[in-house]
Design a binder for this molecule. Structure first.
Ligand code: UGA
Length: 437
């Protein structure tokens, strides 16, 4: 099949590359000329494991094409995915202006039947609005369908998620649209759920809201653990072994970040307000998430006393491991709190340093972990990169001024850290012996 994907961000590029890998011919479109030129020469604008190889291989085989022209894409592709950004507005609503702009262009160039598929995360009922927008600008007599096919990719494991999905959701309003999408996904042999468009839109937002709820739930439990002496990692394991609950997304820490959960939970709350439901539970999810940052910062203050002039090593800047994405990164919030108290910050991230530098002008970005840790009064673990799990801890202890580790991701064993002479603070875990002394 010949498919168009408009928008070459995380979602669009991964979707396009994976469709091409399934044997379809894909035209990826973006209005950013430099980005398209770079993609044509095999350069990926962000870090995503496995993506570069996939793009290069499929471009070479002629199945993955890049263009700046929506007109060209509409002319040749029967199915067109919209994967442009829907960033949050100051009000918390999703900004749909990029989708509107793309719809107008698509409609203007349509001469025969096209299936327009929402891939970007959008509030429920956007499909209807897309159809109305197309209707205003399309030539008389030209047929089209709108569908919703939300993505469930996680940054850092996007290729794996796209090629081995738990399910594919197809929100359609005609058999023709359903048949086209089923055919498109056939080679994946994955479970399919065909729904109406509104339900598909709501499935996406609800999935993210529910995952955020799981994280805030376990973070609240972590606070209870800190007050009672229980260990949240054990509590999470114990409840997660119940298949009705499941172990995933029960890692307590400094709260969720990124470009999806914060935006989607707040857009969900806004949407509910508009339709007349006060989704207080989700408001509490957001409140717990914010409180997790403050609780972590309070630990830093408790461990160090005054922060003014202290040297703090921040390990991890990206919002999660295996990405260089700094959008919604908790590191930015923690560093801003530290800066207000006049701490001196030396940070290291295996891949996000370059993206982080312009956002953190008063932070020294170091080339490796030990350079950031040298002479530090404390080390903060912000992102759980594998590299940090495998650090040479005796060497870390030797280079630090004081062996204090405040771990926002629970990557070390408190007992072992105590044995090694560290003062170790995790999240929702009993403090190690040496920390108590
Ligand atoms: C998330 C969803 O997992 C994807 O299914 C969805 O497609 C995507 O949003 C999207 O809407 O585009 P992503 O934001 O890339 O994916 O990353 P996650 O792995 O879900 O992590 C989100 C945040 O939650 C991170 O800050 C992570 O550190 C945090 N998290 C995750 C926890 O604090 N604890 C956990 O147990 C899991």
């Amino acid at each position: 099949m010949k498919i168009g994907v408009i928008g070459t961000g995380y979602v669009g590029l991964v979707t396009g590359a994976c469709f091409a890998d399934l044997g379809h011919t894909v035209v990826c479109v973006d209005n950013n000329k430099e980005k398209i030129a770079a993609l044509r020469s095999g350069k990926i604008p962000f870090y995503e494991p496995g993506l570069e190889g996939l793009v290069t291989a499929n471009s070479r085989q002629g199945r993955l094409l890049f263009s700046t022209s929506i007109a060209e894409c509409v002319k040749t592709c029967e199915v067109i995915f919209i994967a442009v950004g829907t960033p949050p507005l100051p009000s918390g609503d999703a900004d749909l202006s990029a989708i509107e702009h793309v719809c107008v262009e698509i409609a203007t160039h349509m001469r025969s039947y096209r299936l327009i598929v929402e891939k970007s995360t959008v509030p429920v009922n956007t499909g209807e609005w897309v159809a109305r927008t197309l209707q205003k600008h399309v030539r008389k007599g030209v047929q089209y369908d709108v569908a919703s096919n939300p993505e469930f990719l996680r940054e850092g494991s996007a290729i794996q998620d796209a090629e081995h999905p738990d399910r594919i959701i197809l929100g359609v309003s005609s058999d023709r649209a359903a048949m086209l999408l089923v055919k498109l996904y056939e080679p994946l042999n994955a479970p399919l759920l065909i729904t109406d468009i509104r339900s598909a839109e709501l499935i996406k937002h609800t999935a993210n809201a529910f995952l955020a709820l799981k994280i805030s739930f376990i973070n609240a439990v972590a606070r209870v653990c800190e007050l009672t002496g229980a260990d949240v990692t054990k509590v999470a394991k114990g409840i997660g072994m119940d298949r009705r609950i499941g172990e995933a997304f029960l890692s307590a820490g400094i709260g969720y970040g990124g470009s999806c959960f914060p935006k989607d939970v707040s857009a969900y709350v806004k949407l509910c307000e508009k339709v007349g439901y006060d989704f207080n539970l989700l408001k509490e999810v957001m409140r717990i998430n914010t409180a997790q940052r403050t609780a972590f910062f309070d630990k830093v203050k408790k461990a160090l006393g005054t922060l003014s002039g202290k040297k703090i090593a921040v390990l991890g800047l990206a919002f999660k491991p295996d990405t260089d994405d700094m959008r919604g990164a908790v590191s930015l919030e923690i560093i801003s709190l530290l800066r207000k108290e006049r701490a001196r910050i030396f940070a290291y991230d295996p891949v996000a340093g370059e993206n982080a530098a312009p956002l953190l002008p008063h932070v020294t970005i170091c080339p490796d972990a030990l350079s950031a840790l040298r002479g530090a009064d404390a080390a903060l673990i912000i992102t759980e990169w594998k590299e940090f799990r495998n650090l040479d801890l005796p060497a870390v202890k030797q280079v630090m001024k004081r062996p204090i580790i405040i771990d926002g991701r629970n990557i070390y064993d408190p007992a072992k850290m105590a044995e090694m002479g560290f003062q170790y603070w995790g999240v929702g875990r009993p403090r190690s012996e040496s920390a108590r002394r």
